[in-house]
Design a protein around this ligand. Structure first.
Ligand code: MRU
Length: 358
């Protein structure tokens, strides 16, 4: 009998070049419905990122890379300067869809370099090079996440309890996830982890996405409300915390989904190691400290109405809805990258990374 398809058998993001479409899973419909949608125009790509149909720092980087390639392919301009001007317009537009995750501008800048470094080539050749670069960004993400998984696995032992926040899973990347990569590799190797997934108010990425993908993979996962993390830690059920991140500042301060800094403070209180899993593409040395990271603020309805049958807050109430917070570097035990586990002082550790020296 054919094995039943699970969410893990779908690509989070892929390119259908023949149909000139970026294909994504519409994550706003999960876990109830798995539906693929095809993004063709700049507006469709922008909206999919803004509305979190595709989300998670690496996944939005890959979507933007495929997207800008398709927009460059659709540009009928043979003149290099006019091609570059249109490319830059599209780049700026896509880059404005979400501000906090650096992978979005990182991927778009990488694509732009292909255009500027090949200014002598005919435009159709530049377009082919753009396709190759976007595919390399996707393939690199798979390799990097697997490496993060290997290094992360050295930090835990068989039977450990692991707590994670939001979704830094396969649905946030191309494969494996970042924070979930050690869990998936451990699962393949019989580590028997017990995972606690914070539901992650207000958009429930932990409940709708992390719990869903881990359960589909056969991982022993327990869903908790965000305000239960202290209890499971106090009970001694958590040996390590693994979270993802959207931008790491030069001093090691880390922006991730709102609520992450609270988890880090709890972990420090209970003496539990707190690990941030980060592809080095997420380390942004041009941002000196976490207070310089721009934090996205989202609509109040996400707090007062979304997911509820009826509004659950009085009309007219003031609502503050930041999508991310910054965890102070002093609370981070280690940053797990594709090159190994970095320890404080992070500034120094970052400077030793390939590509970060200058
Ligand atoms: O608003 P989201 O769902 O895009 O937020 C996602 C996160 O905060 C993730 O932890 C982060 O992007 C890392 S994904 C590997």
């Amino acid at each position: 009998m054919e094995k039943e398809k699970t969410i893990m058998d779908y690509d989070t993001v892929s390119l259908d070049d023949e149909d000139s479409a970026v294909v994504i899973i519409d994550q706003t419909l999960l876990p109830g419905r798995t539906e693929l949608i095809r993004l063709k125009t700049a507006e469709e790509i922008w909206n999919a990122i803004y509305l979190l149909k595709v989300r998670g720092a690496p996944a939005i980087g890959v979507t933007a890379a495929f997207g800008i390639y398709l927009l460059a392919k659709a540009c009928r301009e043979e003149n290099y300067d006019r091609f570059l001007a249109e490319f830059r317009n599209n780049k700026e537009y896509l880059d404005s869809s979400r501000p906090t995750a650096v992978n979005l501008s990182w991927a778009l800048n990488r694509m732009e370099r292909v255009v500027t470094e090949n200014a002598d080539c005919p435009v159709p050749q530049i377009v082919s090079l753009l396709k190759r670069e976007a595919e390399e960004i996707r393939d690199e993400d798979i390799r990097v996440c697997r490496k993060i998984g290997e290094y992360g696995l050295t930090l835990v032992k068989k039977g450990d309890g692991i707590l994670t926040h939001c979704n830094a899973g396969q649905l946030a990347t191309v494969r494996y996830g970042t924070a979930t990569a050690p869990i998936y590799l451990g699962q393949e190797r019989g580590y028997g982890f017990h995972v606690y997934a914070d539901e992650t108010r207000p958009l429930l990425q932990g409940a709708r996405l992390t719990a869903f993908e881990l359960l589909s993979s056969g991982v022993d996962v327990t869903l908790i409300c965000d305000n239960m993390a202290s209890t499971v830690m106090k009970n001694g059920w958590v040996n390590a915390v693994f979270v993802g991140c959207d931008r790491v500042a030069a001093n090691g301060d880390t922006a991730n989904k709102i609520g992450t800094s609270g988890v880090a403070i709890l972990a420090a209180h209970y003496g539990i190691p707190f690990y941030v899993c980060a592809p080095t593409s997420t380390i942004d040395l041009s941002t000196p400290t976490g207070d310089k990271i721009r934090i996205e603020e989202r609509k109040p309805e996400e707090v007062s109405e979304m997911w509820y049958r009826e509004r659950m807050a009085p009309e007219g109430i003031k609502i503050f809805n930041p999508a991310f917070d910054v965890t102070d570097h002093s609370l981070i035990t280690g940053i797990v990258t594709e090159y190994g586990v970095l320890r404080a002082p992070f500034e120094e550790a970052f400077r030793k990374l390939p590509g970060k020296r200058d």
